[in-house]
Unconditional design. Structure first.
Length: 402
């Protein structure tokens, strides 16, 4: 049977995802405030998103090696400490260049925090689907409140105060991890000889051709999610001239849909294939976009964001599950490639959105989303073959061991 995690231990190990969610999911509200404070255009916001995304992608390439060498809990505690340090630095930064630098460091720390938490949850054997689902659900739930909290802070104080809050939160979470995770922190380090040879990892990428189309679909689906999360606030404020507090709700509504989608994916994936669910998700996004486009009223646009969030929610977990099922002998490579594709999409599409919106306005944002949804649906639809469902397999294995 898979390893069970006690309720208190699970709650403690999910705390870092609260920090990551409040850091990452508030950008749609915080970035416009940063640009306004330094009197900069949206293109500079695109640069900021690009640097943060690049830092996250690069971090994914090395965090796995760090987790393998030092253990996930050590990496997790160190990453939370780095978040605290650079949250303080960001709140005190006197120039935009330093803000960009410090936010890039925060993106690195947030990415390694997520990767280390993911490794902890994935180490639970057949029950990993449940614990990983709890991890994603925690992130999604906190992402709903992040834009609202950020909007409240910037409306009453300044955007720098939000990073002071993150500093205090990260210090508290780090202290809890240090206090209650002594056992994991004291585990012996692996020797260098125990690590997988780099040549073997590189050769494994060549066998990933069967999931390239999945990665393409995940790239665009995760990229549209990141664009909506980053620029949904600005889209509502620009296209519909909604007040600040109403526009801030847009990102929260998106995350309501994402949370609903991720929770419902657990039972649905036992009945439908990942391919079916991902194609249906892209189709739902197209319907939501078309409804917003035709109606042209703020209320419909807000509702469309909920359905769009539901549609894109499966990019990470369903894409990873599908890829791992197609490459059961190289699950690590498959999952890393899918997650890297998602991160790269989250880097490129929001940056492209900033440039397009700066030159053509946020009406053009709809065309970018349309292209992303169509390409992702086509990539998933054209991927040949079906893989065994890992959630069903895990249940069967657990029952057999009983």
């Amino acid at each position: 049977m898979g390893m069970r995690i006690r309720g208190r231990t699970l709650a403690i190990r999910l705390l870092p995802m609260i920090v990551v969610a409040l850091l990452s999911s508030a950008q749609g509200v915080i970035i416009p405030q940063i640009l306004a404070s330094f009197e900069l255009s949206l293109s500079y916001g695109g640069l900021l998103v690009a640097i943060n995304g690049s830092a996250s992608v690069l971090t994914m390439l090395v965090t796995g090696l760090l987790v393998e060498r030092f253990g996930p809990m050590r990496v997790l505690v160190a990453s939370v400490a780095v978040i605290a340090a650079f949250a303080l630095a960001t709140s005190l930064a006197p120039s935009y260049a330093l803000v960009v630098l410090f936010l890039g460091c925060l993106a690195v720390a947030a990415s390694s925090t997520s990767a280390a938490t993911n490794a902890l949850m994935a180490s639970t054997g057949p029950r990993r689907a449940y614990y990983l689902g709890m991890m994603h659900a925690t992130y999604s739930m906190m992402s709903i409140g992040a834009p609202l909290l950020a909007a409240l802070v910037v409306a009453n104080v300044r955007w720098q105060a939000y990073y002071v809050f993150l500093l205090l939160l990260a210090l508290g979470v780090g202290a809890v991890l240090w206090r209650f995770e002594h056992g994991a922190l004291r585990q012996p380090l692996k020797s260098r000889q125990e690590a997988t040879p780099m040549s073997q990892l590189i050769s494994g990428w060549r066998s990933a051709a069967p999931i390239y189309l999945i990665c393409l679909g995940v790239f665009f689906m995760a990229g549209t999610q990141a664009s909506l999360a980053t620029w949904g606030y600005s889209y509502m404020a620009s296209v519909y001239q909604t007040p600040h507090t109403v526009a801030a709700t847009a990102t929260s509504l998106l995350w309501v849909g994402v949370l609903a989608g991720r929770l419902s994916a657990i039972p649905l994936s036992g009945k439908f294939s990942e391919r079916t669910l991902l194609v249906a998700g892209a189709a739902l996004c197209l319907v939501a976009l078309g409804t917003d486009w035709l109606a042209g009223v703020p209320g419909v646009a807000m509702a469309a964001l909920v359905f769009a969030g539901y549609g894109v929610s499966g990019a990470f977990q369903l894409g990873t599950s599908w890829g791992a099922g197609i490459m059961p002998q190289s699950i690590g490579i498959a999952s890393s490639l899918v997650m890297a594709s998602a991160s790269l999409g989250g880097l490129i599409l929001p940056s492209l959105t900033a440039v397009v919106a700066d030159h053509f306005g946020f009406q053009a944002f709809r065309w970018l989303m349309l292209a992303g949804y169509l390409i992702s649906a086509s990539a998933f639809w054209l991927t040949p073959g079906e893989a065994a469902n890992p959630l069903v397999d895990a249940v069967q294995q657990d029952a057999a061991q009983q």
